[in-house]
Design a protein around this ligand. Structure first.
Ligand code: ZN
Length: 401
């Protein structure tokens, strides 16, 4: 991957801002020590962020015997960002201050039962409506709106290239939204949103090689390589959920057989439970969330059947994560999304054991496997982060007041 001088400057700008967001008021000297950048580079970048109105000066700090050091901090009152998580059944919009703290939210259902509910125009209406509500009382400037949409998304052109669950192909989502929302718009997908959220605010902070394993109804792996989000040549990198885990195994909705997702996505875990115990009271045949909740509760109470399901699922997931560890040699593998969140620490322990049985000793020793530490919706957080990155990369022409 060839990085231009501009890419490096942008990456350094992100890095300085990430430290400011994490630490509160901080001196330029502390930023240089924390980022490894030279004092001169930090001074320039801080100057730019001050000019852009993202940072502000924040008092002084004594320095043993020397001149007091000026502090800078994020100017949280001077702007906001919106992140929107568009999922199969809901639209969730959050308003963030410039330190990426949630200051407002709005939720919409994608009205179940209404026949045209997944028409692109209908979804754009619902997103615009949620954005309008969340911005309702906000009087200040809004730097941008990030919108994450499942499936393959061409973020440069703002097009939903393929959304299998809704049968969308080549839908110009950003253009549809631009007719409804007059703010800078950034469109991407949830896998990459979760990864950028980990890089800025989660287990990926300060790390270059990060894999974010998303375990939900669908399954995927967000990749950051060399400190940069890896998108692939046509924006589809990370479709690890549809790599083959079991030759000629369970059918997958992608049309193939034996995919990782068919074993460790929520419907795959339900199938494992059904295979082990068709009459299990833990099984809620039409409700993934209720089944995963029941499994998590039963496993925490020591129920042997629930623990079996966790072990079998971890056995499959461990093999697939070991492939990622051997292939990419990451510093950290982060388990994210709702299934990982609900199954929690007992599942993490099983996954670690299973990866340990499969991965090569060298890369395994260098890799940490953790649950995401992000307590809020990582998709809307990541979507807002894309908007912040967009505002920073555009040189701030949209930011100055
Ligand atoms: Zn598949």
């Amino acid at each position: 991957m060839k990085r231009t001088a501009r890419d490096i400057r942008t990456a350094n700008r992100y890095e300085v801002l990430r430290h400011c967001i994490g630490r509160g008021a901080v001196s330029r000297q502390e930023l240089a020590a924390a980022t490894g950048l030279s004092a001169a580079t930090v001074a320039t970048l801080v100057g730019e962020l001050l000019d852009l109105g993202i940072l502000t000066t924040g008092g002084f700090q004594d320095s043993a015997g020397g001149r007091p050091r000026g502090l800078v901090e994020v100017d949280t009152g001077r702007g906001a960002l919106v992140g929107v998580d568009v999922a199969e059944t809901y639209v969730h919009a959050e308003l963030f201050d410039l330190a990426l703290r949630v200051v407002g939210r709005a939720d919409r259902e994608l009205s179940p039962g209404s026949p045209g509910r997944y028409r692109p125009e209908a979804v754009a209406d619902v997103v615009a409506d949620a954005v309008t509500e969340v911005l309702g009382p906000y009087p200040g400037r809004v730097l941008g709106v990030g919108v994450c949409m499942p499936g393959i998304v061409d973020r440069r052109d703002g097009v939903s290239v393929y959304a299998p669950n809704w049968d969308w192909r080549e839908v110009p989502l950003r253009a549809l939204l631009a007719e409804r929302v007059e703010l800078p718009l950034y469109v991407d997908n949830p896998l990459r949103a979760c990864t950028v959220a980990e890089l800025w605010f989660g287990a990926g902070r300060g790390r270059d090689d990060v894999v974010v394993v998303n375990l939900g109804t669908g399954v995927g792996a967000g990749l950051a390589l060399g400190g940069t989000l890896h998108r692939g040549v046509s924006d589809s990198a990370g479709e690890w959920g549809h790599t083959t885990l079991v030759l000629d195994g369970r059918p997958c909705h992608c049309g193939n057989r034996g995919c990782v997702e068919a074993y460790v996505g929520a419907p795959g875990i339900m199938r494992t439970l059904r295979e082990l115990d068709p009459a299990s009271p833990l099984l809620h045949p039409d409700d993934q969330t209720a089944t995963i909740d029941a499994l998590a509760r039963a496993a925490a109470a020591g129920d042997p059947r629930a623990l079996d399901v966790l072990r079998v699922t971890a056995h499959y997931l461990g093999a697939a994560v070991a492939d990622l560890v051997n292939l990419l040699n990451p510093e950290v593998v982060v388990l994210s999304s709702w299934v990982a969140g609900k199954l929690g620490d007992p599942f993490l322990a099983e996954v670690r054991r299973a990866v340990g049985r499969r991965a090569l000793a060298g890369p395994l020793a260098a890799t940490e496997i953790v649950l995401t530490p992000i307590p809020t919706d990582p998709v809307s957080l990541g979507a807002a982060t894309f908007a912040l990155e967009g505002a920073l990369a555009s040189g701030g022409s949209r930011i100055r007041t």
